[in-house]
Design a protein around this ligand. Sequence first.
Ligand SMILES: Nc1ncnc2c1ncn2[C@@H]1O[C@H](COP(=O)(O)OP(=O)(O)OP(=O)(O)O)[C@@H](O)[C@H]1O
Ligand SMILES: [Mg+2]
Length: 278
Amino acid sequence: MSLNQQAVHLKHREGAASGTKYIAIASGKGGVGKTILSISIGKCLSDSGKRVLIIDADFGLSNVHLMLGITPKKNLSHFFYGEASFEDTVVQVSDRFSFISSGSGIYELAKLSKDQVLNLVRRLQELAEDNYDYVIFDTPPGIHDDTIAVVSSADFPLIITTPEPTAVADAYALIKIVNKEGQVDTFFLVVNKVESDKEGQKVYESIRLLSERYVSAQIKHVGNIRYRKMLIRKIIEQEPFERGFIGDVYNILSNMELEVKPVKRGFWESIVSRLLRR
Ligand SMILES: Nc1ncnc2c1ncn2[C@@H]1O[C@H](COP(=O)(O)OP(=O)(O)OP(=O)(O)O)[C@@H](O)[C@H]1O
Ligand SMILES: [Mg+2]
């Protein structure tokens, strides 16, 4: 299939529009809780009867599998090198909950030909639309082109920060760049590791003021997550779901109003045009 034919094929699937919804979790600063939030959202949604796929887009440093205590036998880099079928890279966590580990696969994307990129995107799209209600992207720290593409294309761009000033500054920097480059004007904000809701509210106010004044982006503060001392122990024991943390995540999900899919250009169509542009 030629490049154009493949692009048309993608659009056709898009036209047939499945109800799959895409959530991107990003932060700017590292270590603020993207991965634990991704897998916790995955758990909450799958426990509620939804089918969930996490795509670990954390370059070579992916750690979704470490937190879940599951070592995938194959990842996307095996697929690229012909050492695994695409289906082999999908790892089952529980009945309705799976993840795909990029290994160094996504990192290799920069070196792939356009044909290979399109082929990968098409496989991911088919997998997502045919099997899952929600796809969650756990992104790497820092502000990279791939992260900007994923956050810009997602139905629900979720920015997570902690109250630390450097994390707040990086969250705002990410919002600014995604707003400018990706024309996204609504972001969901979670403040993690707070001591009180008041602390989370203050962080939200500071980001809201900057965003409204300088970038005309709307920030929806969908909740805070308390600092939980026990969480680290649970992660070490590879049983990462702490009851209080999960309670905060259910609250966040109900504030996100996930049943309402925003009217946006299709996720995969948007990703392809962004990836092929560079
Ligand atoms: N609410 C919380 N209470 C206590 N500890 C937390 C909380 N949220 C996250 N942590 C701790 O912070 C650490 C970083 O979390 P996590 O790996 O999810 O962050 P990340 O943003 O994905 O990091 P990276 O940018 O390196 O990918 C974890 O070890 C976890 O134990
Ligand atoms: Mg992470």
